[in-house]
Design a protein around this ligand. Sequence first.
Ligand SMILES: *[C@@H]1O[C@H](CO)[C@@H](O)[C@H](O)[C@H]1NC(C)=O
Ligand SMILES: *[C@@H]1O[C@H](CO)[C@@H](O)[C@H](O)[C@H]1NC(C)=O
Ligand SMILES: *[C@@H]1O[C@H](CO)[C@@H](O)[C@H](O)[C@H]1NC(C)=O
Ligand SMILES: *[C@@H]1O[C@H](CO)[C@@H](O)[C@H](O)[C@H]1NC(C)=O
Ligand SMILES: *[C@@H]1O[C@H](CO)[C@@H](O)[C@H](O)[C@H]1NC(C)=O
Ligand SMILES: *[C@@H]1O[C@H](CO)[C@@H](O)[C@H](O)[C@H]1NC(C)=O
Ligand SMILES: *[C@@H]1O[C@H](CO)[C@@H](O)[C@H](O)[C@H]1NC(C)=O
Ligand SMILES: *[C@@H]1O[C@H](CO)[C@@H](O)[C@H](O)[C@H]1NC(C)=O
Ligand SMILES: *[C@@H]1O[C@H](CO)[C@@H](O)[C@H](O)[C@H]1NC(C)=O
Ligand SMILES: *[C@@H]1O[C@H](CO)[C@@H](O)[C@H](O)[C@H]1NC(C)=O
Ligand SMILES: *[C@@H]1O[C@H](CO)[C@@H](O)[C@H](O)[C@H]1NC(C)=O
Length: 736
Amino acid sequence: MLIPNILAVLAAVAIGPSVSAASSQAYNWQNVKIGGGGGFTPDIIFNPSEKGLTYARMDIGGAYKMNTDGSWTPLLDWADNTRWDYWGVDAIATDPVDTGRLYLAVGMYTNSYDPNNGTILISTDYGTSFTESPLPFKVGGNMPSRGINNILYFGARSGHGLWKSTDYGATWTNVTNFPSVGTYAPDPSDTTGYNSDLTGLAFVTFDYTSGTSGEPTPTIFVGVANEGSDNIFYTNDAGATWSAVAGQNNTYLPHKGVLSPAEKVLYISESNGSGPYDGTLGAVYKYNITSGVWTDITPVSGSNLFFGFGGLSVDLQNPGTIMVAALNSWYPDGQIFRSNDSGVTWSALWSWGSDSTLDKWYTYSDSLAPWIGPDYTVTTPGTLQIGWMMEGLNIDPFDSDHWLYGTGMTIYGGYDLTKWDTVHNVTIESLANGVEETAILGLISPPSGPPLLSAVGDIEGFVHYTLNTPPNASYTNRAWTTTADIDFAGNKPSNIVRVGTATSSTVLQVSLSTDSGATWSPDYGAAANVTGGHVALSADGDTVLWSTGTNGVMVSQNMSTFTAVTSLPSGSIIASDKLNDSIFYAASGADFYLSVDGGETFDVTSTLGSSTAPVKIVVNPSLTGDVWVSSDKGIFHSTDTGSSFTALSAPSEAWAIALGAPASSGGYPALYAAADISGLVGYYRSDDTGATWVQINDAAHGFAQASANVMTGDPRIYGRVYIGTNGRGIWYGDIA
Ligand SMILES: *[C@@H]1O[C@H](CO)[C@@H](O)[C@H](O)[C@H]1NC(C)=O
Ligand SMILES: *[C@@H]1O[C@H](CO)[C@@H](O)[C@H](O)[C@H]1NC(C)=O
Ligand SMILES: *[C@@H]1O[C@H](CO)[C@@H](O)[C@H](O)[C@H]1NC(C)=O
Ligand SMILES: *[C@@H]1O[C@H](CO)[C@@H](O)[C@H](O)[C@H]1NC(C)=O
Ligand SMILES: *[C@@H]1O[C@H](CO)[C@@H](O)[C@H](O)[C@H]1NC(C)=O
Ligand SMILES: *[C@@H]1O[C@H](CO)[C@@H](O)[C@H](O)[C@H]1NC(C)=O
Ligand SMILES: *[C@@H]1O[C@H](CO)[C@@H](O)[C@H](O)[C@H]1NC(C)=O
Ligand SMILES: *[C@@H]1O[C@H](CO)[C@@H](O)[C@H](O)[C@H]1NC(C)=O
Ligand SMILES: *[C@@H]1O[C@H](CO)[C@@H](O)[C@H](O)[C@H]1NC(C)=O
Ligand SMILES: *[C@@H]1O[C@H](CO)[C@@H](O)[C@H](O)[C@H]1NC(C)=O
Ligand SMILES: *[C@@H]1O[C@H](CO)[C@@H](O)[C@H](O)[C@H]1NC(C)=O
């Protein structure tokens, strides 16, 4: 199906015969700039024939194309709730002949987390539009080993073997004469299916020196995730027959196989884990295709070898110049090696100096994402500067000075790489401008102070003093990596609470701020190892109600020890009144609960129709007891402090909801919902307390999985809403 047809499908649903179909309103959508990526970039590829044509793929955040200024443009923002798993990109290929052609293998998980089969997305216009070619099995862009795997051969995971397309990806057939599907799984006993999934095929590398243009390439190498049995295979007859390459050492898993065409050599990186986190041993090999001779060119040995190898690249302008990344060198930092004599000798990006200090053979620049840089790393013991999970490393085939590599947090690289060989000092900078690959878990937009504060997976979260420039730092007094939720006090909006997810005997997972998030102090009422969940701060900021992820619902006033709220079921959703310090709200199943004693006790006051899964409670900031609840059965409204609820006629199901500034001063707040209205899951606004809705997202902005997203309305700007996604950062939308 052509992507433009998605528009047609959406329109057909919206104007179909179903009742109360929403009209739409044009919105301007932009990312709230965090900058610097924020998540794992498994691979970055340069087209070998068209200068400047460069793509990056993400494990949960789609794919990007590089612009001429080095910034990046996202390619899969159109993925909506029905195609949420397209943001998991497991393989990417750019056509060296017809360079407009781009292929993506998409799908998030191969286990039960994702019910959908995988898809090959095919573009003939550099990713501007795609057609979809369904695969008869799942693809896992966010599975283990996601830093390896390739495409128009597609090396599948999960035991599905090698797949081939001879019609530009439109149809795929199983290459059943390929001898191995890979037997390695990170943990065969994992009952979730996540770590027990077979890693499968690691790379498919064409020896394009072996053929004539226009004919199928006769020689192809395939790496397979087998440990201790043949794992490098080849064909010399364009796939008619396949054999194991003789003389190989298959102690470790192959990760990357890169051709050096001028040398007629295949370089291979290997690790004893499938990645992206693991591996403590590994090797780098050189295979001379002409002579069939293997050479072990591993840069380090003995006690210096405590990692596997991932990203691998050759400088096409300088045959014999190669680089390889330690997949994960966790201490003291990541490591990258470079050789200009085909791996006979190597030099490293850092080495131990005198007095156990590091000689860093690089200069570090964080100008495009200041929060990532030395400020972040130096203050956080154990956090690395060069990076981790380094599977994608490539030298620009047209510019020996330009290189890029993906890490668990950003895209690094530089423009002076050949200085490595002259003065042995290169500049490394975060070059992920335009990449927003964060999972957003909570958002607040208080009525005064900074416009937005975020709770973010893996990188804590930020005070967003401005929306269009990257923050200088994540939350100060960092105590954990993932912030699960955040709330502010209605009467004292500079009072903020947030909760973290780290299991720790020492670091308490509740933090309080009285200066709009500029500084934080621990809530000493919290106990060790109580983590996660959702949090609500009372109107005057003295009481924290915490629906924990581990210990049921708890409450604390004035930083006293948190005590169990026995009248609420574990996992209840919660909210504070924004005016009355004594009032909290909660819901679980179909039951709505009210507390009038500062969260100490709750009583069921009403039911939410036949709801089984309430999602979010929001409270009118200027009217105590005016409460909205979203659930699997739609949206419910109470104007009497929860004594009774009215179900809106639409939507039929809703996830994140929010209130924002009213259309006119003194009017009722604008109501926002991620919701299913007449069968169309989208993002909607109502200016008349839910009587009518307008759709505010469009075909170019799908925001992927609705149930994974969070939302908050701006109390100062009518029409402005913030959406936090699972993989594409934070967006803000304004009426166009
Ligand atoms: C996935 O493909 C298989 C094989 O064609 C098919 O049996 C299965 O129904 C598909 N699953 C989904 C969810 O489409
Ligand atoms: C593809 O072929 C391999 C054998 O090479 C087989 O093990 C695998 O089950 C096949 N996969 C599918 C989805 O048919
Ligand atoms: C294969 O590689 C392993 C790990 O590097 C090494 O210990 C072993 O000696 C190698 N085997 C041969 C036959 O070279
Ligand atoms: C890699 O080898 C080391 C040393 O033998 C071992 O401790 C580690 O568990 C291995 N890693 C994996 C992922 O197999
Ligand atoms: C590969 O082997 C051939 C034949 O022995 C030799 O001539 C050639 O120099 C080798 N290539 C490299 C890059 O070592
Ligand atoms: C590399 O250059 C930077 C900037 O001039 C300098 O701080 C650093 O010490 C140099 N590295 C080494 C190992 O000399
Ligand atoms: C190769 O690298 C070494 C060490 O980094 C350096 O001394 C040498 O000048 C380099 N050779 C070339 C041709 O760049
Ligand atoms: C970052 O810090 C600089 C210098 O203190 C300041 O001028 C700038 O406004 C800050 N930027 C943000 C986004 O906070
Ligand atoms: C908290 O978890 C740590 C492990 O992260 C454990 O060592 C410690 O005993 C736990 N403390 C409590 C109070 O459960
Ligand atoms: C919390 O502090 C406020 C203000 O000082 C006080 O009125 C209230 O009684 C305190 N609550 C408890 C439980 O100590
Ligand atoms: C807050 O609510 C409580 C419980 O309903 C009530 O007793 C109290 O008077 C309210 N406070 C204010 C300031 O309205």
